[in-house]
Design a binder for this molecule. Structure first.
Ligand code: NAG
Ligand code: NAG
Ligand code: NAG
Ligand code: NAG
Ligand code: NAG
Ligand code: NAG
Ligand code: NAG
Ligand code: NAG
Ligand code: NAG
Ligand code: NAG
Ligand code: NAG
Ligand code: NAG
Length: 855
């Protein structure tokens, strides 16, 4: 269940209906002569991961003399599909595509760019413009810089063009004249015929001014399924749009509550809202402020977006009330950039009924002020209207940029960044595991759960080289959305840091001020230090005067720290599981980078195994801990669309809460794993000696089986009660993995079992446990079990230990169903908190948790 939920879109089965003007299927290029889906630089039809057919581009090019085709040298694992990204057409001079389109229809143009190296063409040298008719879509555009700043592997730009009277749509690529040897390139082009979805739109703050959006070219900046999940192009209502989760854009800790329409509520489109405006999956999920009137009265549900300066933006709000049915129950104000767009919005008053969609457009000019250019959208209960509930609701949000008076839509490239060679500078690469790393952490609920199906959000933490970190002015520019804004040139130190947080982790974690942190740690008093890691120090502290927390403070001089901090925020803010540590919040202020976790009363697993004053753990307790940790890792490997490889599994990274529940921690080194046709990620070897997968070490190719190896060492450490490496022992015994394998093969493993538990272990349980550990240590990754199989074996071992009288019964059960996939998935259901993003109760708990004083 968890898996399905995390895959997000796989749960969205809402039907989409065919609309007259455009084929509703992904096969629009096949069925609609007015639509074109081109994979540039290929010679034959190709199908992408969603089953969409992409056709070659050559016959639409007026002349292919000045262009070449090429294949990317490398495939980034975050690409959603090889088609259309792995092939490109490269233009050395101006070139034009020509499409015959119906003069009656508007069209989407989507341009796909994967800034990689294509044969001898390094896309970092490409600067170009794309124009169509009188409109400039991009200019002096560097896909390379833009992708870097957005920490994305690929970029999609979407534009909507008004009908073209001549019936010919020209799309011209022109390499910039300002650079020598520059070129233009493109990987994919979509021209999709669309109905008119724009109209004359009121300007916020000017009662008598309207913008003629229907006669303009617009660029899609953001398209969000508020309170819902990622919706892939295939599941859109006919216009093959992609809708993203809104949580990464929420500003501040106040998240509100997400909810989903009850099954007995039908979403019925009124005549003035055709269903191509947005799919039912947008209207049937929403974000509201939460149940507490007093809290709601005092906060704004706020989203924050980066945009380019000097343009007019059209903000489209999608509403559908599926909980209440009377006028004046939920009345709220809509604000954009602190201006009132609508003071007393009442969805039922607009729609007259429950389950009826409605959308409202407002336009606003955003000029360049000092610092970042941002667009704020805020909802606030309209207390003055005396509604029954002090609450607000939003189901979907789209932001479009409207061409300026010269027909231009291009903004500047984002600020280029000098990038540290994060990989090669990795200081922890070969550092032995640090015995003093008591990294002490947490266990609370993080709400929201940014749809992990989001291709984009997913890979933020992936691209090391895209991390921007240039010394003092560490500017982690970047924000979610493949559409993206192009501008961040005005970003300066502090503000970019804070907005970085608000756009990445900010959606899912609370912001702390430095003052709060200082208060909570007694001004970083050394006596509060409970651990030191490669990243910096970990302090014990309190927040809100009473909640115990662990506070991880980055060493500001360490660029590596910066990188790991980043990875950890990005990962943890999107993952939630009973057996993974979760983040309460973070603080970025005065160059400080601080992460706040729940305090884990029982410290690390290692502290309970050897050289310790803690009472020895019983065998049953150890098994429970191993099962818990295995669940956490199994979730990392399979619970998300892309595998996440922890890379540093060891007993100091398994933490124990007050009830000795195991939580996997320290995601600083984690990577998303291979996807698509790749079977591994090539990378510098990192991890801790004693736990390091020999195959990974030899071949420098990371797979999730490397975690399985390290976990095998953890299992042996738990069984034997000795460290993974103990240099004070005779040479053949230094490495626990080698020594235990040796003993196992000679049938004397029992000799090295921790004496504290030796008497207690049921022999069958021991056999099962040892077999499992040894399989994990197989030399070849392919011979090692998956984490799911490890988990199952450990659960079986636990049953053998707990039911010494009934092992036969258990064994039969195992024979029956143990290795079926269904069981494997079923395991996760029991006792796990729901991760469904629409889970109201979990989110409500979260709101309270991050907001214990009602803000
Ligand atoms: C779209 O294409 C897929 C596979 O290419 C096919 O199974 C499906 O039936 C097509 N749908 C339509 C509406 O043509
Ligand atoms: C490629 O796709 C186009 C449009 O879908 C279709 O007309 C054509 O027959 C296909 N070509 C091949 C070789 O399959
Ligand atoms: C466009 O609309 C006009 C009038 O409705 C119609 O005569 C014409 O055939 C249409 N053109 C196309 C290409 O559909
Ligand atoms: C492409 O250019 C970038 C930036 O100049 C550089 O870092 C990268 O190594 C180049 N790639 C290749 C394969 O030359
Ligand atoms: C497209 O280009 C052709 C020549 O290649 C030109 O005749 C036509 O007017 C252009 N159309 C537009 C809308 O610019
Ligand atoms: C905008 O387009 C409409 C038709 O869609 C047309 O009637 C109107 O004159 C146009 N306005 C401008 C300013 O071009
Ligand atoms: C829908 O079901 C809920 C309970 O699941 C019930 O409270 C509500 O009244 C039902 N609504 C309608 C319109 O039947
Ligand atoms: C926006 O307009 C102002 C005033 O015209 C100008 O100074 C500024 O450079 C423009 N900014 C951008 C990003 O074009
Ligand atoms: C809106 O108001 C908040 C404070 O209420 C302020 O921090 C923010 O800068 C304002 N935004 C704009 C665009 O004026
Ligand atoms: C909510 O937003 C409005 C409009 O920007 C602003 O006037 C108000 O002060 C905000 N309220 C809070 C509690 O931030
Ligand atoms: C968009 O560009 C067109 C063509 O240049 C122009 O007529 C229209 O006024 C522009 N829209 C705005 C809002 O400036
Ligand atoms: C083009 O973009 C680059 C990178 O953002 C910038 O340095 C340069 O000044 C731009 N050139 C022009 C002519 O705008």
């Amino acid at each position: 269940m968890i898996f399905n939920t995390l895959l997000g879109f796989s749960l969205i089965f809402f039907a989409f209906t065919i609309i007259p003007v455009s084929s509703s299927s992904s096969n629009s290029s096949v069925s609609n002569p007015d639509s074109f889906v081109l994979s540039c630089g290929v010679s034959s039809n190709a199908t992408d991961a969603d089953g969409r057919n992409w056709i070659p581009d050559s016959k639409y090019l007026i002349s292919s003399d000045n262009s070449v085709t090429a294949t990317a040298q490398s495939q980034d694992p975050s690409l959603p599909s090889t088609v259309p990204y792995m092939n490109a057409r490269i233009f050395k001079s101006e070139a034009t595509y020509k499409f015959s389109v119906s003069p009656n229809n508007s069209h989407w143009i989507r341009l796909h760019f994967y800034p990689s190296c294509f044969s001898t063409y390094n896309s970092s040298a490409a600067y170009f413009s794309v124009t169509t008719g009188d409109f400039t879509l991009v200019s002096n555009f560097s896909a390379f810089i833009t992708a870097q700043a957005l920490t994305q592997a690929y970029i999609i730009r979407e534009f909507s063009l008004p009908p073209i009277q001549s019936g010919t749509l020209n799309l011209t690529f022109t390499p910039s004249s300002a650079y020598d040897g520059t070129f233009a390139f493109v990987n994919g082009i979509e021209i999709i015929s669309m109905p008119e979805i724009f109209q004359s739109t009121p300007m916020v703050g000017f009662s008598d001014q309207f913008i003629e959006a229907e006669n303009s070219t617009v660029q899609t900046m953001y398209r969000l399924n508020v309170g819902g999940q990622y919706i892939p192009a295939n599941n859109d209502s006919g216009l093959s749009r992609t809708w993203y989760d809104d949580s990464p854009y929420i500003f501040g800790a106040a998240f509100g509550v997400t909810s989903e329409a009850d099954k007995n509520v039908t979403i019925s489109y009124p005549t003035d809202v055709p269903n191509y405006i947005a799919p039912t999956s947008v209207y049937s999920t929403a974000r509201t402020m939460g149940p507490n009137k007093d809290i709601n009265k005092n906060y704004n549900l706020t989203w924050l977006f980066r945009v380019d300066a000097n343009f007019t933006y059209l903000v489209r709000f999608h509403f559908c009330e599926f909980q209440l049915s009377k006028i004046n129950q939920r009345v709220f104000g809509i604000f954009i950039n602190n201006q009132t767009a609508f003071a007393t919005a009442d969805v039922i008053a607009w729609t007259k009924a429950k389950g009826v969609p409605v959308y409202k457009d407002y336009a606003l000019y955003v000029s360049e002020k000092s610092g970042d250019v941002e667009l704020w959208v805020a909802l606030q209960p309209a207390v003055s209207a005396k509604p029954e509930f002090y609450d607000a609701i939003l189901n979907g949000l789209e932001i479009f940029k409207i061409n300026d008076t010269r027909g231009n839509l291009a903004g500047p490239n984002p600020m280029p960044a000098s990038l540290p060679q994060a990989e090669s500078q990795h200081k922890r690469s070969f550092a032995p595991s640090k015995p003093n790393n008591h990294g002490t952490i947490i266990g609370s609920i993080i709400g929201g759960l940014a749809g992990f199906g989001i291709v984009v959000g997913l890979l933020l933490f992936f691209k090391h080289r895209k991390m921007i970190a240039n010394g003092e002015k560490s500017s982690l520019a970047g924000w979610l959305s493949v559409y993206g804004s192009s501008s961040s040139s005005a970003i300066s130190g502090k503000s970019s840091m804070s907005s970085h947080l608000s756009t990445f982790g900010g959606g899912l974690c609370r912001h702390f001020s430095l003052a709060e942190i200082k208060l909570g740690t007694n001004n970083f008093n050394e006596s509060q230090v409970i651990g030191v890691g490669g990243f910096g120090k970990v302090y014990k502290g309190t927040i809100d005067g009473r909640t115990k927390v662990a506070i991880k403070r980055a060493n500001p001089s360490s660029e590596q720290g910066l990188h790991e901090f980043q990875t950890e925020i990005d990962l943890l803010s999107k993952l939630r599981h009973r057996h993974l540590v979760s983040l309460i919040g973070a603080c970025e202020e005065n160059e400080e980078m601080i992460l706040v976790y729940d305090y884990m009363a029982n410290g690390t697993l290692r502290e309970h195994l050897h050289k310790t004053d803690n009472p020895p753990l019983s065998w049953k307790q150890r098994l429970d801990i191993c099962v818990g940790a295995a669940r956490g890792l199994h979730y990392l490997h399979t619970g998300a669309k892309h595998t996440i490889i922890h890379r540093d599994v060891k007993t100091t990274n398994i933490l124990l809460d007050e009830k000795l529940v195991a939580k996997v921690s320290d995601f600083g080194l984690s990577k998303t794993g291979p996807s698509l046709n790749q079977t591994h990620v090539s990378t510098m070897v990192k991890g801790s000696f004693g736990y390091l997968d020999p195959e990974y070490f030899r071949r420098q190719q990371l797979t999730e089986k490397s975690d399985v190896y390290s976990f095998g060492v953890v299992l042996l450490e738990v069984l034997c009660g000795r460290p993974a490496l103990n240099p004070s022992l005779p040479k053949e015994q230094v490495s626990l993995a080698d020594w235990a394998l040796h003993c196992y093969r000679r049938g004397i493993l029992e000799d090295i079992i921790d004496p504290h538990i030796k008497e207690e272990i049921n022999p069958e349980c021991l056999m099962n446990f040892a077999d499992t550990a040894v399989k994990c240590l197989s030399d070849q990754g392919i011979d090692r079990p998956s984490m799911g199989a490890v988990l199952q074996n450990l659960e079986f071992a636990l049953q053998l230990q707990s039911n010494p009288d009934g092992p036969k019964l258990v064994a039969e059960q195992k024979a029956n169903d143990a290795y079926t996939h269904a069981t494997l998935l079923g395991i996760e259901e029991e006792g796990e908190p729901s991760v469904e993003s629409g889970d109201q109760s979990a989110n409500a708990v979260f709101s309270q948790l991050v907001n214990p004083q009602g803000r």
